[in-house]
Write a protein that binds this ligand. Structure first.
Ligand SMILES: CC(C)(COP(=O)(O)OP(=O)(O)OC[C@H]1O[C@@H](n2cnc3c(N)ncnc32)[C@H](O)[C@@H]1OP(=O)(O)O)[C@@H](O)C(=O)NCCC(=O)NCCS
Length: 264
């Protein structure tokens, strides 16, 4: 078994968010170790990406998720098996009974995230704010009426930030639900105040309960936004720990600004 780093622990009220920065991971020896972690199917999929940056992002993502989950579960990397639900969400096929770990992944130019928690639905989204042109037409298409209204009245200089705040939060929710875009995006709304708090509300048609949810909105770098969503019966406080990893090599705490979060 390859050396994956020391065993990691996770308590019921903890969420661990791991970031990897693919542009900083260029050591050819390390990359060839990552290739050995891919299954034959993953190796083929990696080769099918047209651009090198996407092949690289895919490789680092697989290395991050496999080494991270191996460190928490004690299952050797090559024994980890994944399955996807009908909407594409990957899950571990077998998890230790006494350690029911769940995870979610997100990747964008320059940033990969893997969020883990015990026994609860979790969603994470990261976006590179320089990658997409924002427009009010896009907002009309993806956001709820309240969100669009808010976006219209936000200062021009703050529009891009606000747009990606809604975007990542909405993605984090649909990813935690595991149903992707089959969930109607206009049937739930985020409410972002000028201070640090945020909340979600649901159209009755979605029949979900805001009290089940906690969200964090983060600014990992000047150009990236990230959001984490967690749905738990554990209604108490959660502790979010953010770390940066170079799979098979290094891990350290990552000082990341939490822009907003749900009230406890
Ligand atoms: C697929 C989707 C779940 C996320 O897509 P995305 O934001 O483009 O991509 P991300 O990098 O954040 O997430 C992709 C990862 O999420 C995971 N994922 C895939 N389907 C998922 C699902 N139904 N639920 C949760 N996670 C899912 C996978 O791990 C996937 O990475 P992998 O294929 O390398 O394993 C879905 O939300 C989508 O198609 N979004 C398109 C973007 C959009 O229009 N968003 C509206 C914004 S409000």
């Amino acid at each position: 078994m390859q050396h994956m780093g020391s065993k990691l622990n996770l308590k019921t009220n903890e969420i661990h968010l791991w970031f990897a920065f693919p542009d900083e991971i260029r050591d050819p020896n390390l990359l060839s170790e990552y290739k050995k972690l891919l299954t034959p199917e993953e190796g083929k999929k990696q080769q099918r990406f047209y651009f090198e940056k996407h092949r690289h992002q895919y490789l680092v993502t697989r290395a991050l998720v496999r080494t991270t989950l191996s460190r928490y579960t004690g299952i050797p990397v090559s024994d980890l098996r994944f399955d996807r639900n009908k909407y594409g969400r990957p899950e571990l096929v077998v998890v230790p009974k006494d350690f029911p770990i769940r995870f979610n992944l997100s990747h964008t130019d320059g940033l990969i995230a893997c969020a883990v928690v015990l026994n609860q639905d979790i969603g994470v989204d990261v976006e590179d704010m320089t990658r997409r042109e924002i427009s009010l037409e896009t907002a009309d298409r993806f956001f709820s009426k309240t969100e669009v209204r808010d976006l219209h009245q936000v200062l021009e200089s703050k529009k891009r930030d606000r747009f990606f705040e809604y975007w990542t939060l909405k993605e984090s929710y649909i990813k935690a639900r595991g149903m992707g875009l089959s969930l109607p995006l206009e049937q739930f709304s985020f409410h972002l105040s000028e201070n640090e708090s945020l909340r979600i509300s649901f159209d009755p048609r979605l029949s979900d309960d805001p009290d089940r949810w906690r969200f964090w909105l983060l600014k990992p770098t000047g150009r990236h936004k990230a959001a984490v969503a967690i749905c738990g019966e554990n209604r108490g406080a959660y502790e979010l720990t953010i770390r940066k990893a170079v799979p098979l090599s290094a891990a350290e705490d990552f000082p990341c600004a939490i822009v907003k979060h749900s009230d406890i």
